[in-house]
Write a protein that binds this ligand. Structure first.
Ligand code: PMP
Length: 276
């Protein structure tokens, strides 16, 4: 089923207007929420971030978050989804094309489910990453539909035979193409602070909490490309990639070239969290 505002439609019935501002301007925001064992994972955190993104770009959602929450539960139940994701977006709605906010437009919310597997292979073997200049805008904290910078960077990585992009701004690592980046340096976990330069990932937030529980010190500060290459361990985190070790960056082997011990500890702890 596809949820369009408060309507339940089939895939064929759900249509996007040619003047939907999400379609023409990327004028909207989104969330990707994991479903494990039929349960929406970290739903409150995702809805909070959605609210924040909506406020940041001044879109009023079509209905309150409590109604959305109920609808999302219904969506997962209806689709009988056990393991996968819910993709959800809100655009500023349909109006004759023009850059300024339309007075009359009503925001449009769409949500649907997709069944996907956990990234078990990536988690055990590790992934390769490609370093690229972060040429995106300066509000990466908003989970905006404008993903062209990420799309181009990811494609560049894929064409280099890598699975993920690692962005840097003037030599300082910001985040991944669709993930956050962590390194282990002097047995401490280091990751870019939550700022306008990165998306504050829900998985990132969970990992910081888990590390604290495990007694692994966490430092939120920007680190350099040199720090990345010299790291004891590197991993990326996201809703889809979970905790994926990075074993090479542009063909340069990171440390032993295998998932590191702290990364594995965090993976284990994360696993406990999702099985709760
Ligand atoms: N940064 C970017 C640019 C992303 O696209 C994502 C994935 N949505 C993340 C970080 C990780 O966020 P999360 O852990 O909430 O999936």
């Amino acid at each position: 089923m596809i949820l369009v505002n408060d309507q339940w439609l089939s895939r064929g019935e759900a249509k996007v207007d040619i003047e939907d501002r999400g379609y023409q301007f990327g004028d909207g925001v989104y969330e990707v929420i994991r479903v494990y064992n039929g349960k929406l994972f970290a739903l409150d955190e995702h809805l909070q971030r959605l609210k924040r993104s909506l406020v940041a770009i001044r879109i009023k959602p079509p209905y309150p978050m409590e109604v959305l929450e109920k609808n999302l539960y219904q969506l997962v139940e209806h689709d009988q989804l056990t393991d996968g994701i819910v993709y959800l977006q809100v655009t500023r709605g349909q109006a004759p094309r023009g850059h300024g906010f339309p007075k009359a437009a009503q925001s449009v919310l769409t949500a649907y489910t997709k069944s996907i597997d956990r990234p078990l292979k990536e988690m055990t073997s590790g992934i390769s990453a490609h370093l690229t200049a972060d040429i995106r805008w300066l509000r990466c904290d908003i989970k905006s539909l404008n993903l062209l910078g990420n799309v181009l960077a990811k494609q560049e990585a894929l064409e280099k035979g890598c699975q993920e992009t690692i962005f840097h701004r003037d030599g300082m690592v910001t985040e991944g193409g669709s993930s956050n980046v962590f390194i282990v340096q002097n047995q401490q976990l280091v990751t870019h602070p939550s700022s306008h330069l990165i998306l504050n990932g829900i998985t990132r937030q969970q990992i910081i909490k888990l590390a604290t529980v495990l007694g692994i010190p966490v430092v939120e500060r920007a680190f350099s490309i040199d720090d990345l290459f010299a790291a004891e361990e590197v991993f990326v985190s996201s809703t889809v990639q979970e905790v994926s070790p990075v074993v090479t960056v542009d063909k340069v082997v990171i440390a032993s070239g295998k998932p590191g011990p702290l990364t594995q500890q965090l993976q284990k702890q994360f696993e406990t969290l999702i099985n709760k």
